[in-house]
Design a binder for this molecule. Structure first.
Ligand code: SAM
Ligand code: SF4
Length: 326
């Protein structure tokens, strides 16, 4: 389907839960965010109904996120059921990786091919601090499990944080040398709880790249990466993996935005940076037909701004990434 600005929309990011087993400092306050009552969260069969409507509209690529998607009970049978829907092209997951050692194999069997794993540091003590208590060894085991099981590609999301992980950007980039890992640096976005942090610790991907080049030499641009989305990719000489930069703030990719989001509580959100949403939960629960659900998708598309600069209302007030589905 196409939006008012001629952008092809074929990608839906689905937040399957607003709960998480970490408290990353840019995503949640240390005490966590009070999760929504269970009855407000879409049941898996309700998500499948929304996915079926999306498929009818030509949206055929999906990413499961959250909160931490692997925490939700029943995620494996849900993915299996989703993978069987006619027309599904791709189911990917964004995860903090902590449950991959247990669930990696089942995810692969269920039909997931592509994984994004979040990791902002390779220093265990710093990992504990950034994530509010996470265990680095477990996520590293998750990453090695993902590689061993042959997920392709395995992308690592690193939020670039000035004065927090700046000394490690080159070390993180070096991880691509002897592993097929795609390390992607993401600019800190002032969403939800990270407004203050963004004022102090934001750094542009341009700066991250030049810091890496100072230490490791010039990066060579790479043109095609599977499911490359908004990232710009580079490679170190002889490296198995790549280094990506997601200029989420400095050089916005709104013109090529191809996505909608479905929040855990059943709202279609046309733009991460715009708080306007279209409720689909009530429609699903009152037995709306596929056609009626598709109309709600059209309504959401009408609200999709040309760029986050034209977003009608200030970003995400009251809702953090874990609730919207980062
Ligand atoms: N829990 C999973 C994880 O951490 O990968 C999935 C949900 S998380 C909200 C999805 C992605 O959003 C993560 O890679 C995280 O680093 C990123 N993220 C969260 N808050 C962010 C912010 N304020 N700016 C930039 N990226 C952010
Ligand atoms: Fe949880 Fe992911 Fe947010 Fe970290 S970034 S608190 S792992 S949802």
């Amino acid at each position: 389907m196409e939006d008012r600005f001629g952008r092809k929309i074929d990608y839906l990011r689905i937040s399957v839960t607003d709960r998480c087993n970490l408290r990353c400092l840019y995503c949640m306050p240390p005490e966590g965010v009070k999760p929504k009552p269970r009855q407000e969260i879409l049941r898996f069969e309700e998500i499948l109904t929304v996915v079926e409507a999306a498929l009818e509209l030509g949206i055929n690529r999906f990413r499961l996120t959250g909160g931490e998607p692997l925490l939700r009970k029943g995620i494996i049978p849900f993915i299996k059921a989703m993978a069987l829907l006619p027309g599904i092209e791709d189911i990917a997951i964004t995860t903090n990786g902590l449950l991959l050692p247990q669930l990696g194999e089942q995810l692969k069997e269920a039909g997931v091919r592509r994984l994004n794993i979040s990791l902002d540091t390779i220093n265990p003590e710093k990992y504990r601090k950034i994530t509010g208590g996470g265990d680095f060894r477990t996520v590293w085991e998750g990453i090695t499990t993902a590689l061993e099981l042959g997920f392709t590609p395995v992308k690592i999301n690193v939020v670039a944080l000035n004065q927090i992980n700046d000394e490690e950007w080159a070390d993180l980039a070096r991880l691509t040398l002897d592993r097929p890992l795609h390390i992607r640096f993401i600019e800190l976005m002032p969403v939800g709880t990270s407004w203050q942090l963004a004022g102090k610790n934001y750094v542009s991907c341009g700066q991250v790249k030049s810091e890496i080049e100072k230490k490791l030499g010039k990066l060579t641009p790479v043109t095609h990466i599977q499911g490359s989305g908004p990232a710009e990719y580079h490679r170190l000489p002889g490296a198995q993996g790549t280094i990506g930069f997601i200029h989420a703030m400095s050089n916005h990719f709104c013109a090529s935005c191809n996505r909608l989001r479905l929040t855990a509580d059943g709202k279609l959100r046309p733009c991460l940076h715009d708080r306007r949403e279209v409720d689909v939960r009530e429609a699903v629960r009152s037995g709306a037909t596929g056609k009626e659900l598709q109309e709600l998708f059209h309504k959401a598309l009408q609200l999709k701004p040309a760029s986050y600069r034209q977003a009608a209302v200030a970003p995400a007030a009251g809702r953090g990434m874990a609730q919207i589905g980062g």
